[in-house]
Each structure stands twice: as structure tokens, then as C-alpha cells.
Design a binder for this molecule. Structure first.
Ligand SMILES: N[C@@H](CCC(=O)N[C@@H](CS)C(=O)NCC(=O)O)C(=O)O
Length: 219
């Protein structure tokens, strides 16, 4: 099998993990246990010196960064329609994907891993509080975007469930880790539940053993 994906349960690697599963393309999912620090080991650093997931291997090609992985898969498998083909729709999809990746995602990193941004505990505590507020605002922006997009199309990514949908699920789930009630964002939360109920996505959720709403533990 030439396609391999290094992923970690609940991490942003959920995005390419979903894409590959939805596509039905043959791939090998390889788990990296971030909580055990496997990303810092020599074996993994030899694959990705930045010590992050996701990593896509296509034969001996190593591709990192969600944006690059999505664009690569979209170009390599055009029949999969991972992204819209029409230039304006495509630009807007990439625009939203980039915003999720370069703004919403790092805001959560400030909440979840404040130690990456300061070695002082009081600064870390302040970063968590400040960025949780920012994150609430970003989820509200995403909720509004869902409302607008779903007025004219079935999925955030276009005609088919794609990277924007998978990222929206991940970012909403991360919100629950930050103590943010997903019901605050009705359109977003309804869409996330619709995404999660798709068979291929539920297979990924099962493989990663994810709970969608971390504020409501499963009985
Ligand atoms: N911009 C990168 C972000 C990747 C990233 O932040 N990965 C996180 C998981 S969500 C990670 O591997 N963290 C491990 C660590 O920081 O030790 C991308 O798009 O792939």
C-alpha cells in the first residue's frame, strides 16, 4: 500500500484521516501517541523533524501540513472532488481551510498547550483564559459560516463531505475540551453531528476512539 497516514487520536490529523476514509482509497493509518511523546522520538523525527502529525507518505514522498496534504490529495485524485473545481468556490474553500488552520487551530493550541508559548505558569493561566474567549468568538464565526454555506450546498466543502467539514468537527470537539458548550452554536453543532453520523467518519471516530462532546461523558 503506497498511502500511509500518521495520525494521533483527536488531533488535527482527523482532517486527512477523514478524507482518506471517505474516499475509499486504500491507505494505512499509523497511530502516533502524542500523549506518550512518540512524536519526539528519533524514529518519528526521522519522518517529520517538526515532530507533528499529520504526515502523509505516498511511496517515499513525505508530505506534512494539512493544507499541503489536502491540496496534494485533491490534485492526485481529482475524481474524489475533495475541493470544488470551480475557481471562485475553490478559492473560498481554501480560504476557509487556511483560516481554520492558521487562526482557529493555533488559538486552541494556546488553550491546550500554553506551555508552548510561555514557561511562566501565571502567563500560561492567563493565555488559557484569554484564548478561550477568543475561541468562543471564532466558533461563533464558524457557526455563521455554516449557516451561510448550508443555505446553498450540502457540506462546508461543497457537494461532498470534505476537509472543511472534518476540520469543523475537530475544532468544535476541541471547544468542548476547553469547556465550551457546543449547543451555543446550533448550526455548527447540528452540522458536526451530521458529519459524525456519516459511515466513513464514524469509522474514523471509532478508530480514534473519540467522544464528540467531551463535556458529556458517555454513560
Ligand atoms: N500547521 C500544522 C499543525 C500541525 C499540528 O499542530 N499538529 C499537532 C496536533 S493537532 C501536533 O502534532 N502536536 C504535537 C506537539 O506539538 O508535540 C498542520 O497543518 O499540519
Amino acid at each position: 500500500m503506497s498511502l500511509k497516514l500518521y495520525f494521533s487520536p483527536g488531533a488535527c490529523s482527523f482532517v486527512p484521516h477523514c478524507l482518506l476514509q471517505v474516499s475509499g482509497l486504500a491507505f494505512e493509518p499509523l497511530m502516533v501517541k502524542l500523549h506518550k511523546g512518540e512524536q519526539h522520538g528519533d524514529a518519528y523525527k526521522a519522518i517529520n523533524p517538526r515532530g507533528q502529525v499529520p504526515v502523509l507518505l505516498d511511496g517515499d514522498q513525505v508530505i506534512t501540513q494539512i493544507l499541503a496534504i489536502v491540496l496534494y490529495l485533491d490534485q492526485k485524485f481529482p475524481e474524489q472532488h475533495f475541493l470544488p473545481k470551480e475557481p471562485v468556490a475553490r478559492a473560498h474553500a481554501i480560504e476557509t481551510l487556511a483560516w481554520m488552520n492558521n487562526t482557529v487551530h493555533p488559538t486552541f493550541t494556546h488553550i491546550f498547550m500554553p506551555q508552548k508559548f510561555s514557561d511562566q505558569t501565571e502567563v500560561q493561566a492567563a493565555l488559557k483564559v484569554f484564548n478561550t474567549q477568543l475561541y468562543r468568538g471564532l466558533l461563533a464565526e464558524l457557526d455563521a459560516l455554516v449557516k451561510i454555506s448550508l443555505a446553498t450546498q450540502a457540506w462546508l466543502s461543497g457537494d461532498r463531505l470534505g476537509p472543511l467539514d472534518a476540520y469543523a468537527l475537530t475544532l468544535t470537539r476541541w471547544g468542548t475540551i476547553a469547556g465550551i458548550e457546543p449547543e451555543t452554536y446550533p448550526a455548527l453543532w447540528a452540522h458536526v453531528q451530521k458529519i459524525a453520523s456519516e459511515q466513513a467518519v464514524s469509522q474514523v471516530i471509532e478508530r480514534e476512539r473519540l467522544q464528540l462532546n467531551m463535556l458529556r461523558p458517555k454513560q
